[in-house]
Design a protein around this ligand. Structure first.
Ligand code: ADP
Ligand code: MG
Length: 415
């Protein structure tokens, strides 16, 4: 029996559907027409390369957001949400005609924006909806609660408004709609990884996404069948730096890519070429050598991470978990030293996990807080979590929480 203090709880589809339906009943005074769910995600490897035509390898978590929904007779989108750990539900209501870029730029924008974008894309007629949400995806932990919210609502809205189950083409067409909700309506930067896996995830598989051509391939990922587990270690670190740092990393990569005229992975010796470009484009009041070295490191991360992720996909296919763990390890070092997006909390979790016998461990997601992951033998999961929690306590860091991540289904109807 695992220590419930350490582990995040999560509901199965039946329990999640019942909780969302109960909130719906309580708030709207009727039963919902149906309940839809979409998962959070964790990225195994391939970090900070989605905006650089790179490759990544996420899978969908069991932990999901559940949306109980029905059509309304008017054009309002009426939302109520009980967030994980929250005691009181939050509410928001907006007319469909008022949703658009920057409106509403709050939590409701992820859901309302996904409906707005699906209408704009011609995937559903404009219809008002009542929506009651419960979720097991921790908010802001780097596990993509935002995509879980967008994708559960988007699939539910389209199925209700069209009266049809979404087919595979519609499912794919919803990916850019959910990205628009986040980029345009809420105004948050996102590369598209989260929405893709939340919509396309399959049980027992990770999804290799190649951003060079937006192709996706399901890769069998049966960790449990090999006596292994992927442990997610949510550092609970405050990550206020994340937005500005994301923009600055992305800014360097975008500028170098434009200057060199091709995706970085297509350029032999990209770090050297980037450094040569940087030497001619040193910003004012910046030390030249520092700037050139920084640009070289950033580009080194991107090209090495893309190569590493391609190798890791082959290693997972071959079920060579020792090699896969080493790739995870190398990815963390690259993110820490070359891309400089790790932080004390992530490094502490990563190092403690390795010392506790993990085959590999790395930060996952954008960095500066959020979560790290470890690949470890099932019988070492609990001792690893204790070691990571002890290391955080000794360093005076926030108390982490944990979940065992099992590759699960993408967005779906659950009731
Ligand atoms: P992440 O996606 O990694 O959890 P983000 O910052 O992208 O972090 O998204 C978190 C935000 O999404 C929250 O601050 C909140 O505004 C919104 N959100 C996500 N899930 C829910 C939910 N179930 N109910 C209300 N708001 C939510
Ligand atoms: Mg998010």
């Amino acid at each position: 029996m695992m220590d419930s203090q350490l582990f995040v709880s999560s509901r199965d589809d039946t329990a999640g559907a019942a909780a969302a339906a109960a909130l719906y009943q309580q708030h709207f005074g009727a039963s919902p027409r149906g309940v839809w769910a979409a998962p959070g995600r964790v990225n195994l490897i391939g970090e900070h390369v989605d905006y650089a035509a790179g490759v990544c390898l996420p899978f969908a978590l069991t932990q999901s957001t559940f949306a109980a929904m029905d059509l309304r007779d008017d054009n309002r989108i009426s939302l109520v949400s009980l967030v994980p750990g929250g005691s009181e539900p939050v509410e928001y209501s907006i007319d469909l005609s008022q949703i658009g870029p920057g409106e509403p730029a709050n939590w409701a924008g992820y859901a309302a924006g996904a409906i707005w974008a699906a209408v704009e894309a011609g995937l559903m007629p404009a219809r008002g909806l009542n929506i009651a949400l419960v979720s097991d995806v921790p908010l802001g932990a780097g596990l993509s609660s935002s995509a879980a919210l967008e994708c559960s609502v988007a699939v539910g809205a389209v199925e209700l408004a069209t009266g049809k189950t979404v087919d595979p083409a519609t499912r794919r067409a919803l990916i850019p709609c959910c990205i628009r909700a986040e980029n345009e309506v809420v105004g948050a930067s996102t590369g598209g990884l989260d929405q893709t896996i939340s919509l396309l995830g399959q049980p027992g598989a990770a999804l290799a996404i190649d951003y060079a051509d937006n192709s996706t391939v399901q890769v069998p990922a049966d960790f449990a069948g090999h006596g292994l587990a992927i442990v997610v270690m949510n550092t609970n670190a405050p990550h206020s730096l994340a937005d500005g740092q994301y923009a600055s990393r992305r800014g360097v990569i975008d500028a170098v890519t434009e200057a060199l005229g091709a995706p970085l992975r297509k350029i032999a010796d990209a770090p050297e070429q980037a450094a040569a470009w940087a030497a001619e484009h040193v910003p004012a009041a910046t030390d030249r050598d520092d700037y050139v070295a920084m640009v070289r490191r950033r580009v080194t991360h991107v090209v090495s991470e893309i190569d590493r992720t391609k190798r890791a996909i082959a290693q997972l296919r071959a079920q060579d978990f020792a090699a896969f763990g080493q790739s995870m390890q190398a990815s963390h070092v690259s993110l820490r030293d070359d891309y400089e997006v790790s932080c004390a909390e992530l490094d502490s979790a990563q190092e403690a996990a390795m010392a506790a016998g993990a085959l590999g461990a790395r930060m996952t997601g954008g960095g500066f807080g959020g979560s790290a992951i470890a690949l470890v033998a099932v019988d070492k999961v609990e001792s690893l979590c204790r070691a990571v929690a002890d290391a955080a306590a000794q360093a005076g860091l926030a108390t982490p929480e944990f979940l065992v991540a099992v590759p699960s289904a993408g967005a779906r109807r659950v009731k």
